[in-house]
Unconditional design. Structure first.
Length: 97
């Protein structure tokens, strides 16, 4: 079963743990995400200590095929976000299973 974490869940967590109002918690989360996105676009890499590194990787255009219809199409070139967890993050995850 898949369990999704939504922005609303994170906002409620900030509200409950820190005690900020829900509006301030929402603004805080939005500011963090916007800062992350802006730095990723401008610098192509964002490192968060003890968590991991987000980076942009350019994928070239290629020919793809619809498996249902067998129709070939060109997939345009694009940027994709790659996340590489830090050693500390990996250790934490493996010790808390």
């Amino acid at each position: 079963m898949r369990n999704n974490l939504t922005k609303k869940d994170i906002i409620n967590s900030i509200y409950m743990q820190i005690g900020f109002s829900k509006k301030i918690s929402e603004n805080l989360l939005e500011d963090i995400l916007n800062t992350l996105i802006e730095n990723l676009i401008n610098n192509k890499k964002v490192k968060i200590s003890n968590f991991g590194t987000f980076s942009l990787r350019k994928k070239n255009k290629r020919i793809g095929r619809n498996p249902k219809t067998k129709e070939s199409k060109i997939i345009t070139d694009r940027n994709v976000v790659i996340f590489k967890p830090s050693k500390q993050f990996k250790r934490y995850i493996n010790n808390h299973e």
